[in-house]
Design a protein around this ligand. Structure first.
Ligand code: ATP
Ligand code: MG
Length: 718
């Protein structure tokens, strides 16, 4: 058999890995050494050389995007489609399994997925039910408690009875939360994993069937598997032991979410005879970038140790920019990207990475100012935006009246006179009668226990949902969405809102219609198109927000950048307390995890790497002086070049917006008293930029300090 097309772009170590005999194999190798590539080629090898059907292969990737890319690559190598192959994230695969076997898994057929927000809402409801005060029992800590146990595979009954009353109470909350989720057919993210695990563990027949079916299991980013994922893999691979995992201990960045680096060591114990391979050549970065990244990660103690080299060029130095504040930082970055694009490069080759999702907003603002298309992955996700969640909640409720979180979300959005008191009654009725909110509402409408006004308002809501259901049954997804948006009054509600924000919301809702139009439904997954779309929205949030075909700048958190690569990378917000993150400064192991995150960030860069920080930063509503991240000091100084400030964003020559004035402050001066239509009176703190890009920082009496684009702010001098 001619395998040259598989082998031609692999080095020797990679070839050995791709063509290794079946059996347990662990590749432990640094960033950019071709781990993901080897995994992809391995699937092609299995299909072509060992003649294994792609249906017998399961490949676990880190993101849905990675799965898509891998599928594309495999099809390219093989020359035929591999549609039926199980390829995706742990969550995605677990979900698919549960949909196929909902009954065996003890779920209702139409079970819905709770994202993190929905889960918090359910937790609040649980607290209510138990008559516990949120002040004493912060929902976020409870979420952490519940998910932590689930990640370790522990149900409430597995938690040892504690002496401590607080611990006992937590277990009780967990238990009640589970009962509620079960009753209403709701499954949170971690539950997907745990259920899928239990499904195989407790059901011998199914287990045998899937052990048989998946003759080969491949896992990317193995260092970030948690206990339950690992156990699940072990169950599946136990018989044939054909399990091929790749990872890098230096890139383990999810310990805070239960990932266990120890799984790498455990693997060799659980699968005796494991072949361990190393890949040492980095194909991604210039030698300068690689040397800088290696120097940083070298400061970590608990490492398995490996070497990584490249025969790439030295390339350019790592560039450091000390911004005076976060706006200056964002402008610097955007200006550099603009120069990059003007030099004929693509926008999508540039990535802005940050430690905390909240940082994206300023970048987004500046990018919007200069009309440069961008895309945010993760974090401020499209599907997590309030208006989109409202719309999805309507769709979910129409699809399943059991869906309590959705009921809660939209019963009074847009406002229809259903007050808190009425809702309390509905909740109380539901609690006492163990009913869904929907059924409780129906019962109360008929019971005459509510005031006439409340009864009327509630009936209108019930009628509305039923009507939308009747009108949309059998229609295409895009028509269903369109009708729902109009009938529910959502779009009008947001349209009536004031200002730019309302406009964006309406645009987002319109974009949702686009998203449903472009949604590709795989009829094999056993779901109707609406459920498939809702699942997609819950699982793949963010992946479909921007138009795929548009060339745009990439914005994402360091966590979601894992596995990706970009010619031009900006590592921003490198300040003590932000990166490394505040929390990590208090807990010992956490600082090393932050450093690994830094290593992940730096090794995303192929040709140019910028590292930036702001001397003053406003974050979470407070402005503070910062000190530069310790990670700077860990990069050898000969590899770094500081880019000096004193530079300003030039207005784009191509901009077609008329410049307002050539005077930078448009006549405005520091210390001027001004009035804003919405924010009231304030004092000008700083002025930046020129012409149409002039921005002013105003400290408003009522709302604190804000940055405004002068051309749009309509400030009145006092
Ligand atoms: P990470 O640890 O960041 O996930 P990785 O080890 O998975 O990295 P890949 O993403 O597979 O690395 O590869 C990094 C880059 O190097 C990719 O652009 C890939 O196409 C390229 N590459 C890998 N191996 C070779 C090779 N033998 N020849 C040329 N390019 C290669
Ligand atoms: Mg990879």
């Amino acid at each position: 058999m001619d395998v040259s097309h598989i082998f031609e772009r692999l080095n020797e170590a990679q070839r050995n890995a791709v063509s290794s005999p079946p059996g347990p194999l662990l590749i432990l190798a640094g960033a950019g050494s071709g781990k993901t590539r080897v995994l992809t080629y391995r699937v092609a090898w299995l299909a072509q050389v060992l003649e294994i059907s792609p249906l017998s292969v399961m490949a676990v990737t880190f993101t849905n995007k990675a799965a898509q890319e891998m599928r594309g690559r495999i099809e390219e190598i093989l020359g035929y489609p591999v549609g039926g192959m199980w390829m995706g994230t742990f969550h995605g695969i677990a979900h698919r399994l549960l949909r196929a076997h909902w009954r065996e898994a003890g779920l209702s057929q139409g079970f819905q997925i709770l994202d993190s927000d929905d889960q918090l809402r359910m937790i609040r409801r649980t607290l209510k039910q138990l008559d516990l005060d949120e002040g004493y029992w912060p929902p976020r800590s409870i979420q952490w408690f519940i998910n932590g146990h689930k990640e370790e595979g522990r149900r409430p009954q597995h938690i040892p009875e504690a002496h401590d009353t607080q611990q006992r109470q937590l277990s009780r909350i967990y238990e009640t939360y589970e009962e509620l989720c079960q009753r209403f057919g709701l499954v949170d993210f971690t539950e997907l994993l745990l259920r899928a695990f239990e499904l195989l563990k407790n059901n011998e027949l199914l287990r045998a069937r899937y052990q048989q079916r998946f003759q080969h299991i491949l896992v990317d980013e193995f260092q970030d598997t948690n206990a339950i994922q690992y156990e699940w893999l072990r169950l599946l691979a136990q018989q044939h032991r054909n399990i091929f995992v790749v990872g890098d201990d230096d890139q383990s960045i999810y310990a805070w979410r239960g990932a266990r680096i120890e799984n790498i060591l455990q693997f060799e114990k659980d699968f005796p005879g494991t072949m361990v391979l190393r890949l040492e050549q980095n194909y991604r970065s210039t030698s300068t970038i690689l040397a800088a990244a290696n120097a940083v990660i070298d400061h970590n103690k608990g490492r398995l140790g490996k070497s990584l080299w490249t025969d790439g060029d030295d390339g350019e130095p790592v560039r450091l920019y000390a911004a005076f504040n976060e706006v200056d930082e964002a402008r610097f970055v955007v200006d550099r990207i603009r120069a990059w694009v003007e030099a004929g490069q693509r926008r999508s080759e540039a990535a802005i990475l940050y430690r905390s999702n909240a940082q994206s907003r300023v970048f987004e603002e500046i990018l919007m100012d200069v009309a440069m298309p961008y895309r945010v992955y993760g974090g401020l996700r499209f599907f997590e935006r309030a208006e989109i969640k409202d719309a999805l909640a309507y769709l979910r409720l129409v699809a399943s009246r059991q869906d309590d979180p959705s009921f809660e979300r939209v019963v009074n959005v847009p406002t229809r006179g259903i007050g808190n008191k009425t809702l309390e009654q509905v909740r109380e009725y539901a609690r006492v009668n163990q009913a869904t909110l929907w059924d409780a509402a129906l019962a109360l409408i008929h019971s005459h226990e509510l005031t006439a006004r409340s009864t009327q308002a509630l009936s209108r809501f019930v009628k509305l949902i039923n009507e939308i259901n009747a009108q949309t049954t059998g229609l295409s997804l895009v028509d269903q969405t369109d009708i729902m948006l109009r009938q529910s009054g959502l779009i009008d509600y947001y349209r009536k809102g004031q200002g730019e924000k309302a406009e964006t919301r309406v645009e987002n809702l319109e974009e949702l219609v686009n998203a449903t139009r472009n949604f590709l439904h795989d009829p094999d997954d056993g779901m109707d198109v609406l459920s498939a779309f809702l699942t997609h929205a819950a699982l793949e949030a963010g992946d479909s927000q921007a138009k795929e075909w548009e060339d745009c700048v990439q914005l994402m958190s360091l966590h979601s950048a894992k596995g990706l690569e970009f010619p031009l990378v900006f590592l921003t917000g490198m300040e003590e307390g932000l990166f490394p993150h505040q929390r990590s400064l208090q807990e010992p192991g956490r600082l090393e995890e932050e450093r690994r995150l830094c290593y992940v960030g730096m090794t995303r860069a192929m040709r140019q790497l910028y590292v930036t920080y702001a001397e003053v930063r406003r974050l979470h509503g407070r402005e503070a002086y910062t000190s530069p991240s310790r990670f700077f000091g860990e990069i050898p100084s000969e590899l770094i070049e500081e880019v000096r400030g004193g530079f300003a964003v030039r207005p784009s020559r191509k901009a077609d917006v008329p410049a307002i004035d050539d005077d930078p402050g448009n006549g405005m001066r520091l210390g001027d008293h001004v009035r804003h239509r919405k924010f009231g009176d304030g004092v000008v703190l700083s002025i930046e930029g020129r012409g149409q890009y002039t921005r002013v920082q105003v400290n408003f009496e009522a709302v604190g300090s804000k940055w405004l684009v002068l051309a749009y702010a309509d400030l009145q001098s006092l």
